[in-house]
Design a protein around this ligand. Structure first.
Ligand code: HEC
Ligand code: HEC
Length: 279
């Protein structure tokens, strides 16, 4: 597994330092630039922020904010609030590896903040729904064929037993509509280390031209084992395969957008949000 986040991060670090090197000490702490107020977070702003975060921040903080070369920032929104995040991102943290991103501008910094805020269950908007109806939908939509809740179900996807304590409602809803929120979206962040690297999808063209798309379940130097959508395990000879590529941001989880009504999605979110159990 070629997961070496520090390589890419070294480059970003160097750029960050060059960008502010000559005058940082002379100027003292940079003032926070004037900026427009925070627009309301939406599924779109979170998705936009995720793409920006993936390219700009994930090498140091991990795509899910759980930390890589930099610290875990999943609790940063609660500690700093939106304005505090704005100043951390635009000014940077003097004397640390956290560069200034003032060049991004408010139209990019606010979506990044919406994404960072969505990573923790705090500060976000709550979604009204009926958790009891949501639990029934969870059972009737095959969620347990991939997820565990309190030891029941399957471990093809992440354990959801305490997902309500970890994720905001808006994050949960966007995950059901457009799965893959935790997965690297592309570029160098693919190399990045996160617990979700396990769920990365591959597309392979075998020696005989047959194509397989699936989630990696196992890998060693010579073989890659993929599980396809039907649950079959395909073992790929890495040397003979014609092509092996990662599908950035693509999840094994189906989208429930259009399959469930908005009200049903809200009920599911209410159920997931209620799962705060210790594991
Ligand atoms: C080159 C590595 C690097 C990059 C790139 C980077 N950070 Fe950081 N970040 C750090 C480090 C190191 C710290 C810890 C600073 C300190 O010592 O307080 C930090 C701190 C933070 C904090 C403050 C955490 C707290 O609780 O005080 C936030 C929020 C944050 N970063 C967000 C971001 C965002 C958003 C981006 C992308 C726009 C980003 N960072 C890009 C390295 C990085
Ligand atoms: C075919 C397997 C599969 C099915 C069915 C499935 N999921 Fe997932 N789910 C995954 C995988 C893999 C991930 C991790 C990658 C990602 O974030 O998309 C995931 C991620 C999630 C996450 C985000 C977890 C986190 O740690 O942030 C939630 C919430 C979730 N699923 C809920 C559901 C619900 C509710 C259902 C049923 C309506 C469902 N899933 C059905 C495979 C599945």
């Amino acid at each position: 597994m070629a997961i070496r986040p520090w390589h890419a991060a070294g480059i970003i670090l160097a750029v960050g330092f060059l960008g502010r090197a000559p005058s940082a000490a002379a100027q003292g702490i940079r003032p926070v630039p004037p900026h427009p107020p925070h627009p309301k977070a939406t599924a779109e702003s979170i998705a936009k922020g995720k793409a920006l975060f993936s390219g700009t921040c994930a090498n140091c903080h991990g795509i899910d904010g759980s930390g890589a070369n930099g610290p875990n920032i999943q609790g940063a929104a609660r500690a700093l609030g939106p304005e505090g995040l704005y100043s951390t991102i635009s000014v940077g943290v003097m004397g640390s590896g956290m560069p200034s991103f003032s060049g991004l501008g408010a139209d990019k910094i606010w979506p990044i903040i919406d994404y960072v805020t969505s990573l923790g269950n705090h500060g976000g908007e709550t979604i009204e729904g009926d958790p009891a109806r949501g639990e029934k939908l969870y059972a009737s939509n095959g969620c347990a064929s991939c997820h565990m809740v309190n030891g029941q179900g399957s471990d093809r996807g992440p354990d959801l037993s305490s997902i309500g304590a970890l994720r905001s409602d808006i994050f949960l809803k966007s995950e059901l509509q457009d799965p893959g929120a935790n997965l690297p979206v592309g570029g160098s962040s693919l190399l990045e280390r996160t617990p979700y690297s396990n769920y990365v999808m591959y597309h392979v063209v075998l020696a005989d031209g047959k194509e397989v798309t699936g989630m990696r379940v196992n890998e060693d130097s010579f073989t890659l084992q993929l599980q396809d959508a039907q649950g079959h395990i395909v073992s790929v000879d890495k040397i003979k395969a014609r092509k092996i590529e990662v599908l950035p941001g693509k999840s094994f989880m189906p989208s429930y957008q259009g399959k469930l009504s908005d009200e049903q999605l809200n009920d599911l979110v209410a159920y997931l949000s209620s799962l705060e159990g210790a594991q």
